[in-house]
Design a protein around this ligand. Structure first.
Ligand code: SME
Length: 166
């Protein structure tokens, strides 16, 4: 019972932070048009607030049918991920958000860092719905990400994709 209340309070807190943060993110990059500058700023701002183990962008490289790492915050990570591989490549292939409670249970998970225990990957789409890249956030805690993270990160990625990457 008390655990359920604690989880619910945590979700409320996460939601409150996103609600306050999103308008500030939009303000931060209001006059910018360069996608790298925007993604670098979003990565720093989101990582600064949530302090997750790793947070960053992987972008579709059509010439090689791979994702290539973009702006990120955290330790060094894989530079390239093939289509359909790992959580990122699967989110790209299936064009959907993937929340992984425990990375050890996701077949094919790519362990860039042994410290990562859970992760969320959200596709970034252009106005036609084509996937241009993904946002990947990794935590050192099992089961860290929930549907609140998914909903607000999707809102951020929808805005990024249609405003700056299309
Ligand atoms: N774990 C990801 C790879 C990227 S790193 O975690 C930064 C995956 O399985 O796609």
């Amino acid at each position: 019972m008390s655990e359920t209340i604690a989880i619910s309070a945590q979700k409320h807190q996460t939601e409150a932070i996103f609600k306050e943060l999103i308008p500030q993110l939009k303000q931060l990059v209001l006059n910018e048009t360069n996608p790298t500058a925007v993604m670098a700023t979003l990565a720093a701002a989101l990582h600064g607030v949530f302090q997750d183990h790793w947070l960053g962008f992987y972008l579709v490289d059509k010439t090689r049918n791979e994702l290539v790492v973009g702006p990120f915050q955290g330790p060094l990570a894989c530079l390239r991920i093939p289509f359909g591989k790992g959580v990122c490549g699967t989110a790209w292939k299936e064009n959907r958000t993937i929340v992984v409670e425990d990375v050890d249970t996701f077949e094919g998970h790519i362990a860039c860092s042994s410290l990562s225990k859970s992760e969320i990957v959200v596709p970034i789409r252009n106005a036609s719905g084509e996937v241009l890249g993904v946002l990947d956030v990794d935590s050192i805690h099992i089961g860290h990400f929930n549907q609140i993270h998914a909903a607000y990160l999707e809102e951020i990625c929808a805005w990024l994709g249609t405003t700056y990457l299309s």
